[in-house]
Design a protein around this ligand. Sequence first.
Ligand code: PFF
Length: 454
Amino acid sequence: MATETSKRGIWNSRIGFVFAAAGSAVGLGNIWRFPYVTGESGGGAFVIIYLICVALICVPYLFAELSLGRHHQRNPVGAIKAITGPSGWLLVGGLCVVAGMMILSYYSVVAGWAIGYVAKDVIAPHTSFEEFIASPGMVITLLALFLGLTLYVVIGGVQQGIERWAKVLMPMLVVLMFVVIIRSVTLEGAAEGISFYLYPDFSEVGFQTIMVALGQAFFSLSLGMGTMITYGSYLPKRENILNSGGYVAVFDTSIAILAGFMIFPAIFALGFDPAHGPALVFVILPEVFAEMPLGGLVGVLFFLLLSIGALTSSISLLEVVVAYFIDEKKWSRKKSVLTIGILAFILAIPSALSQGATGFLSDMSYLFGEEGLFGQNDFLSILDFFFGSLFLAVGAFFISIFVGWVWGAHYAAEEIQQGSSFGGTLMKVWIFMLRYICPAFIFIVIMGMLFDII
Ligand code: PFF
């Protein structure tokens, strides 16, 4: 077992795991996706539903993934197989691998935009964001650059690659966010944005909104597709899963909330529409930077750190898929990374071209009508809703049933107890949440949304 573990890699230290898992969690989901879905979903009420989803569903569920991963020291498919042998449950593991692949594809496209914005004044001065992302040569080159970086880190393996990067750069991002927030909230007219963000108006909330909030919570915490199973599998037994997971959840959620404070005051102060869609952050932030002393420099640094945040997330997406091929198919790390990287690049091309470069991918109303599919009409956004929200919720539904009922919540609880004081009432509450509340809540939300649509 010891040799097996060392071959697979193991985190150097708890802080290494916390930073790597936080690195996976914090990324475009917090800074790009959270503000734009909040803006589209009406502001304060969405934020409250999101926070409830995190606390009530995602945090209990996070411990299920971590315990399953650490117990069997395997990727999602391997961990499930170690419990049931060949069975239909393996399909759930397969779902994780597919979701990882699909999310990685469009995630890399958006991350490419962020990289492009680091050097925008040099590579595309005087171009609007809309023109920028509609230029096929530009977006595909940036996509290739970002994916290439992701492959480079993941080939390095767990310790040398992921842990080292995450440790240094995450704290820098936080500091810079505070600098931007100070400018944003002191702009004239910022108060209106703050009240949009904090004042809840539940009159417009339907199942679709709750679904988006739940999906966003899963996406942001990297849950529902086995990332935390995979990262948990590199955790040594002496580690305290409760503390480590708790830090990650609090840190990730704080970054999302801070991102809102960066964006919403500025949106209203500068007269933009909060429901601006996926372009929101890229359009608003440069305007804020323009209002700052040394704004050019702040902009470059900000997009640089955002790209790095995206990188620490994309490496976790890739790692899930790679761990599957290494563990189950006995491929070498290099072969797995290169094969999957090329596939992800090919899969990403339609998303890259769906923001204005190619008509039939940018507006798919010929398939889904003016309303779009789940309100989205371009390929990237449809993929994002489908895999980044719905699939993750479905994945979490099955994994919570699997850990709660098939493997058995008591085994999971025992695993968590190794290294942490997790007993008595707390354990009972957790088991109840995992077995009943998580699956029931997710099921009701998905069904509610599907019926709303019909
Ligand atoms: N949590 C990442 C973010 O917020 O940007 C995205 C992500 C990474 C989602 C890994 C899912 C995942 F498994």
